[in-house]
Design a protein around this ligand. Sequence first.
Ligand code: AMP
Ligand code: GLY
Length: 425
Amino acid sequence: MKIAVLGKGGREHSLVWKLVQGKEVEKVYCIPGNAGTASIAENVSLEDNSFEGIANFAKEKRIDLTIVGPEEPLAEGIVDFFQEKGLKVFGPSKKAAIIEGSKIFTRELLQKYEIPSAEFACFDSAEKALKYLHEKGAPIVVKADGLAAGKGAIVCETIGEAEQAINKIMVEKAFGKAGEKIILEEKLVGEEASYLIFTDGNTIKPMVSSQDHKAIFDGDRGQNTGGMGAYSPAPVITKELEKEIIETIMQPTIDAMKKEGREYIGVLYAGLMITKDGPKIVEFNCRFGDPETQPLLMRLESDLLPILQSCMDGSLAEQEIKWSEKAACCVVMASGGYPGSYEKGKEISGLGEANSLEGTVVFHAGTKLDGEKVLTNGGRVLGITSLGNSIKESIENSYRAVEKISFEKAYYRKDIGQKALNREK
Ligand code: AMP
Ligand code: GLY
């Protein structure tokens, strides 16, 4: 089969890496891809990047399946567009991707079906939001309704911070249309974890648990990023909690979406807070996580393509999905200055040496080829991912590989996975 993967990040490199190992896979294209995907698949940069342009490419090359990495095209309806043209595509429809595209939709859905989440209120004007803020007080979380590249949620410890956040979203319009409506919600307290499932709209098959590191600095300090590292499994999710997450959150959400006429097919990613009252939803994403996918796919022993196909043809219940008992850890190397401004075009050295370490794969994110050289080309540059017999070993293996790699102003967190190790103490 011929496959196309849409996107250019570490998530997409790991998807391509896993797919090319598949029995039925004869060719993989990555649109537009990065230097990592170029080494194992064919990168394609389309002049016409519209849905029409991508669909034309899929038709011309007789692509059997297109897999969509990022949320924007899903929220904008690429799946519906492809299906109308008779093209196979993996991901939720526009009606279903709203679970990530509108935080208000999702909060209302969770409330209606009594799925554990934060208490919230929605507003379409700054005055009303401020009035509610002064009634409720702080801490409080202020969120833009729509997609804001992971930056639309502002956790405020004081009323002053929350006033500024409301102003930033509704008056200064920092996130444009995504901030026409906002949510003020209860700040959940606990440890965060990521829980992803495959679903065909009825059956769900969980992936193994994982945990992201959103903040830029060690100790979860500083601004939020796309994610500075991830590991799997996340010991905060015990066997009992996992059962609770499936029974009280994941299956009820898939069932609720179906009842609402928004059948959800694809990967559903729950950002959870494990509170003292149990797991609660912080957010849903309508796709694979980045960087969670890197450690998750390294632990996936089964072929990926048949799982995706069974989500699409409704036969997921018959799929057996095998995961490695090993742990995996991904350390993200970023350009100095990220998530603020940073320079691009720095030469990266040591990639070969890092990649040749047993059990390690260097997934590329913001990289590009320049002849034989690999240059930095984004904020998050690489995701160095290793397996290990324990979480500790996987962390050590990844950092050993990180030390082999260098580029000017490279930055990475030194404490990826530390929360898991602290638990063992
Ligand atoms: P979101 O954009 O909704 O994914 O939120 C980004 C990050 O903000 C989350 O990963 C949390 O760390 C934090 N956050 C969002 N909502 C809440 C909440 N209700 N309580 C505590 N932290 C939150
Ligand atoms: N790991 C965060 C995300 O994929 O949105």
